[in-house]
Design a protein around this ligand. Structure first.
Ligand code: ACO
Length: 432
C-alpha cells in the first residue's frame, strides 16, 4: 500500500477507496467518487465555520496554535515587532521578503503619495450620522473607493494592481482618521508626506493645533507595533471574506469592504471593543470572581479570551501586555489594567478555562492601550482594520497568483422540502 494514501471502506457498499494524502490533507473532491449508487452525487464533507477545511495553500503566515507560535513569512512575530516597523512588515507580507533600503524608500514614497483621499470621499464621510458606527463608515467608504478608481477592475495589469495596493494601505489611515474626526465633529487634517506612516496617522487623528502636534515616540512606536501585530493572521474570518469575495474577481476595494464587514463582528475584530465594555462593567478587582462565575454558568463569554486556532497564550497578547506598561509610563496607567490582570489571573487558574484551553487573545489588552491613547471603544476595530489591510492585500495577491484557486462556492446539505406544487390560489393573487 503506498504510504501517502488513506484507505477508506464504504460500509454501505463494501467498496474500498484509496485517497491520496499530501501535507496531512486529502483532496475534498476525491470524496466525490465515493457513491452509494451510480447516480448518487458522491460524498461531501460537512464543516460549518470551516473548522477543519484548508481553503488554500499559503506562504504568508504560519500559526502553531498548540505552541503559541506566529510567523510572518517565516519570521517570529516577536522579532518583527521589536526590529521592524509596520510598513516594512507590510512589504514583507506582500512580497515575501523584507525590503532593502532602496525598496523600502520606493514603497514608503508610493504609499505617502497615495494617502490623500478625494474630496468627495470626505463629503461622503460627512454625510454619515455623527453617531454612526465607525466600522460601518469605514466599510462604506472603502466600498466607495471602487467608484473613484474604476481602473481597479483591471486585475490583469500588474502595475495597476500595485497602485491599488499602495492606495489602500495609504488611504486606510486617512479614512480612519476622517471617520474619527467626523464622529468627534472636528475638522479634517490632511496627510503629511513628511511624516512616518504611524506619526502621520496619529497627527491626522489627534492634531488640534497645526504647529504644535508631535506624537510622543513611545506612543508612535506602540501604535506601530499594534499595527504589526494585527497585520495578518492566516485564514481568519475577515481574510476568508477577502479571499472569498476576491474569487469572483471584483476590484480589491469591494473585497476589502467585505473583509471590513467581517472584521466588525464581536467574535472577530469587534471583540476588543467588547473587552473594554466588559472591564468597565466589572469595574473593580473585587468583582472579577463574580464575573467569572457568570461565564462558568454559560451566561456570557469572557471577551478577549479563546481562539479558534490558539490553544495556548496568543503570542500577540504577550507582546501587547508588555507594550501596555511602556505606554502607561507615558500616559499614566489605565485603572482597568488591574481588573484585566486579575481577570487573567483567575481565569488562567479556573478549571472551566483550563479544560477548554482558553487564553487571552490579541484583543484582551489592546483596548486598554487604545483607550489611554484617546480612542473611543467604537474606534478599536477600525485600528485593527488599518493593520489587517496589509494582510488582506497580501492574501488577495497570493490568491490571484494561485492556479488552484476557483470561484468560492461551498456546497450545502439541503434539508428543505423536496419538489412541491404551488397552490393555485397563490399564483392568481399576483395579477390583482
Ligand atoms: N468565554 C467563555 N467560554 C468560551 C469562550 C469565552 N471567551 N470561548 C470559547 N468558550 C467555550 C465555549 O462556550 C465552548 O464551551 P463548551 O465546549 O462547553 O460548549 C468551548 O469553549 C469551545 O468554544 P467554541 O465557540 O466552539 O470555540 P471557537 O473556536 O468556535 O471560538 C472564539 C473561538 C469565537 C474566538 C471564542 O473563543 C470566543 O467567542 N471568544 C470571545 C470573543 C473574542 O475574544 N474574539 C476575538 C478572537 S481573536 C480575533 O478574532 C482577532
Amino acid at each position: 500500500m503506498p504510504r501517502n494514501t488513506l484507505s477508506v471502506t464504504d460500509n454501505r457498499t463494501g467498496k474500498e477507496y484509496e485517497l491520496s494524502l499530501s501535507k496531512g490533507t486529502i483532496q475534498a473532491m476525491d470524496l466525490r467518487q465515493i457513491k452509494e449508487t451510480d447516480d448518487d452525487f458522491g460524498l461531501m464533507a460537512y464543516d460549518p465555520g470551516f473548522t477543519n477545511t484548508a481553503c488554500c495553500r499559503s506562504r504568508i503566515t504560519y500559526i502553531d496554535g498548540e505552541q503559541g507560535i506566529l510567523l510572518y513569512r517565516g519570521y517570529p512575530i516577536e522579532n518583527l515587532a521589536q526590529e521592524y516597523n509596520f510598513l516594512q512588515v507590510a512589504y514583507l507580507l506582500f512580497y515575501g521578503e523584507l525590503p532593502t533600503q532602496e525598496e523600502y524608500q520606493e514603497w514608503t514614497s508610493q504609499i505617502s503619495r497615495h494617502a490623500i483621499v478625494h474630496q468627495n470621499i470626505r463629503k461622503l464621510i460627512d454625510s454619515f450620522p455623527h453617531n454612526a458606527n465607525p466600522m460601518g463608515m469605514v466599510m462604506s467608504t472603502v466600498a466607495a473607493l471602487s467608484t473613484y478608481y474604476p481602473e481597479a477592475r483591471d486585475l490583469k495589469d500588474h502595475e495597476n494592481r500595485r497602485r491599488q495596493v499602495y492606495r489602500l494601505i495609504a488611504q486606510m489611515p486617512t479614512i480612519a482618521a476622517c471617520v474619527h474626526r467626523h464622529k468627534e465633529q472636528l475638522p479634517y487634517i490632511p496627510p503629511n508626506e513628511e511624516l512616518s506612516y504611524t506619526a502621520n496617522f496619529l497627527t491626522m487623528l489627534f492634531q488640534t493645533d497645526h504647529s504644535s502636534y508631535v506624537p510622543h515616540s513611545v506612543i508612535e512606536r506602540a501604535l506601530d507595533v499594534l499595527l504589526v501585530l494585527h497585520a495578518d493572521h492566516e485564514q481568519n474570518c475577515s481574510t476568508n471574506a477577502m479571499r472569498s469575495v476576491a474569487s469572483s474577481k471584483p476590484d480589491p476595494y469591494s473585497a476589502a469592504a467585505a473583509a471590513i464587514g467581517a472584521l466588525a463582528g464581536p467574535l472577530h475584530g469587534g471583540a476588543n471593543e467588547d473587552v473594554l465594555r466588559m472591564l468597565r462593567q466589572i469595574g473593580s478587582k473585587d468583582r472579577v470572581q463574580a464575573h467569572v462565575e457568570r461565564v462558568r454558568r454559560g451566561e456570557l463569554r469572557l471577551m478577549g479570551f479563546g481562539h479558534r486556532v490558539y490553544k495556548n497564550y496568543d503570542p500577540r497578547a504577550k507582546i501587547i501586555k508588555a507594550l501596555a506598561h511602556d505606554v502607561f509610563e507615558v500616559t499614566g496607567s489605565n485603572p482597568l489594567l488591574d481588573v484585566a490582570l486579575e481577570l487573567e489571573r483567575i481565569a488562567l487558574e479556573d478549571e472551566y478555562f483550563v479544560k477548554r484551553r482558553l487564553y487571552p487573545n490579541v484583543d484582551f489588552y489592546s483596548g486598554l492601550i487604545y483607550q489611554v491613547l484617546g480612542f473611543p471603544a467604537s474606534m478599536f476595530p477600525v485600528l485593527f482594520a488599518v493593520g489587517r489591510t496589509a494582510g488582506w492585500l497580501a492574501q488577495w495577491e497570493e490568491s490571484r497568483n494561485d492556479p488552484d484557486q476557483k470561484l468560492a462556492r461551498p456546497r450545502q446539505i439541503y434539508e428543505g422540502h423536496t419538489h412541491r406544487h404551488v397552490p393555485a390560489g397563490l399564483s392568481a393573487s399576483v395579477s390583482k
